[in-house]
Design a protein around this ligand. Structure first.
Ligand code: SAM
Length: 244
């Protein structure tokens, strides 16, 4: 059965006019040159780093892609959540949460005493997640729309920030990291999961970021960063930690 998608007015004016895309849908296993993750080639400049802009405004279309049952095999969501070392009672922000694929796993990890903040720039995805969260009774999850350049998190308020397949979309990533660092509690971590350079899935190769680049950006933003050992076939995980 198809999920009903509400289309609401934007809560915030988007700070960046992302280009609309005529990118055709491609199956999850499509090669990169077919824009397998639905990206386009438009990039805008930030303050030294630039992200690839793409509107994810068709929630129904993206739900079919991001929540496709075959994704679990390569995404390994439980392994990602384990790598994020989320303790019961933790507060976790999922930035670029999309259709909410990770929300049930994060809600399970934080437990009844924890909190999950599902954040995205795209109003239609925010509406979609609100409905999904209500349908699934995920009472510890709050959904909100954020601007492109600011996660809008309170200072020292979150234990973990999860950013899956989204870091390469963000502009001015060093400045963005500084905002994340301010939002983390001491010892808190940013967990970046993104596509490897040779993954058959993901953005066009010129928009992919090697893990070393992510480490460089997180380090420049004030975090201590490292690659995490994992068995994901298409992605890497980089963790940036705030000093305890
Ligand atoms: C490829 S999707 C990944 C969705 C989700 N993390 C997942 O793994 O299923 C990228 C998401 O990042 C969001 N996004 C793009 N630019 C963003 C930004 N600057 N800040 C926060 N989210 C952003 C998009 O709206 C989209 O939902």
């Amino acid at each position: 059965m198809q999920r009903r998608v509400r289309h609401t007015a934007p809560l915030l004016a988007t700070t960046i006019m992302a280009c609309s895309s005529s990118t055709p849908d491609a199956p999850a296993s499509a090669p990169a040159h077919e824009h397998a993750h639905g990206h386009d080639h438009h990039a805008a400049h930030g303050d030294g780093t630039k992200g690839m802009h793409h509107r994810f405004d068709d929630a129904e279309k993206w739900a079919k892609r991001f929540d496709a049952p075959e994704r679990d095999a390569w995404q390994k969501p439980r392994e990602v959540v384990t790598a994020a070392t989320i303790a019961p009672g933790a507060t976790v922000a999922d930035i670029g949460a999309g259709t909410g694929y990770f929300l049930p796993y994060l809600a399970e990890a934080v437990g009844e005493g924890g909190r999950v903040l599902a954040l995205d720039v795209e109003p239609n995805l925010v509406a979609h997640m609100e409905e999904r969260v209500a349908d699934a009774g995920l009472t510890t999850v709050s959904v909100a729309q954020i601007p492109y350049d600011d996660p809008k998190l309170e200072a020292a308020s979150v234990d973990r920030v999860l950013i899956v397949d989204t870091w390469h979309h963000i502009d001015a990533r060093v400045a963005y990291t500084q905002k994340l660092a301010a939002a983390l509690k001491p010892g808190g971590q940013v967990v970046v999961v993104d596509f490897t350079m040779d993954s058959p899935e993901g953005p066009p190769r010129e928009h992919r970021l090697a893990p070393e680049k992510v480490i460089e950006e997180l380090t420049a933003g004030g975090l201590e960063a490292r690659v995490v050992e994992e068995t994901l076939p298409r992605q890497y995980i980089v963790i940036g930690q705030k000093a305890p």
